[in-house]
Design a protein around this ligand. Structure first.
Ligand SMILES: C[S@@+](CC[C@H](N)C(=O)[O-])C[C@H]1O[C@@H](n2cnc3c(N)ncnc32)[C@H](O)[C@@H]1O
Length: 246
């Protein structure tokens, strides 16, 4: 079993090597993780849950603790080192092992998931403020495509991060940040249900909870990648732990 310290080490290493996609120095704190997972409640019929950008699993742990006996969880993580950590947790951690048969680890960018699968709850840890405006637009529309009817989408951003960055950066960067601000503002205006301020996180963060209109579910036995992921994502095919017995 890995220690939290081992997870912190991996996170710190990935922050230095893949800052753009990792976007944080440390995994989310417990309060932030709890707030992100708070839309998961044991329901009948069972829920399909998607976590995007689980990293070393700080939020995943909270999701797992809230899963009902028939809920399913897909973890979509583009960084192979983080995906490896997640598989290891599922194999070895006492609180993760019981649900391992209902959890899949997909090692790929969320943009490449085939949207035929629909989710009732989507939780995202993506550092949207690091991405190009077009990519944020693509990711937001992918969330809409993956949402079942009335699905919830929860994600966070550090408080005032765009304003703080805008004070220090070049004009092109300011333009990028205000483009992201506009996209998110539109989403919030249309779909935001509530937001929570997590002051105890380092740094403090807003958690946004949206309710998306979504689309009806068409059951498919195995979600597929839309296409083969580009070459820098090794092991790009969905890595399924479905067959694992608990
Ligand atoms: C800020 S970290 C959040 C990690 C974790 N959820 C937490 O709160 O501690 C962002 C995570 O998103 C992943 N990521 C970034 N872009 C992604 C994408 N397009 N598709 C899937 N995962 C992505 C990164 O590899 C990283 O694990």
């Amino acid at each position: 079993m890995r220690t939290p310290l081992a997870d912190y080490r991996v996170f710190w290493r990935e922050f230095r090597h893949t800052f753009h996609s990792t976007g944080a120095v440390l995994p989310s704190g417990r309060r932030l993780a709890r707030a992100l997972a708070s839309r998961i409640a044991a329901m009948d019929p069972p829920q399909k849950i998607l976590e995007v950008g689980p990293g070393t699993g700080a939020v995943t742990r909270q999701i797992i603790s809230r899963m009902g006996p028939n809920d399913q969880l897909d973890l979509v993580e583009l960084n192979p080192r983080f995906a490896e950590v997640l598989r290891n947790h599922l194999d070895t951690e006492p609180s993760w092992k019981p649900v391992a048969g209902r959890v899949r680890v997909w090692e790929m960018p969320v943009e490449q998931i085939d949207a035929s699968e629909k989710y009732d709850v989507i939780v995202s840890g993506l550092p949207l403020n690091n991405f190009a405006v077009a990519m944020v637009q693509e990711i937001l529309s992918q969330f809409h495509s993956l949402a079942a009817v009335d699905a919830s989408l929860s994600f966070f951003e550090y408080i005032a991060v765009r304003k703080a960055k805008s004070l220090l950066c070049r004009r092109s960067e300011r333009r990028r940040l205000s483009g992201i601000e506009r996209l998110l503002f539109r989403e919030f205006q249309q779909w935001e249900m509530s937001r929570q301020c997590i002051v105890s996180n380092v740094p403090p963060a807003w958690v946004h909870h949206l309710q998306l209109p979504g689309k009806s579910r068409v059951e498919s036995p195995e979600p597929r990648a839309r296409s083969t992921a580009s070459s820098h994502f090794s092991g790009s095919r969905p890595s399924t732990l479905d067959s694992k017995k608990t």
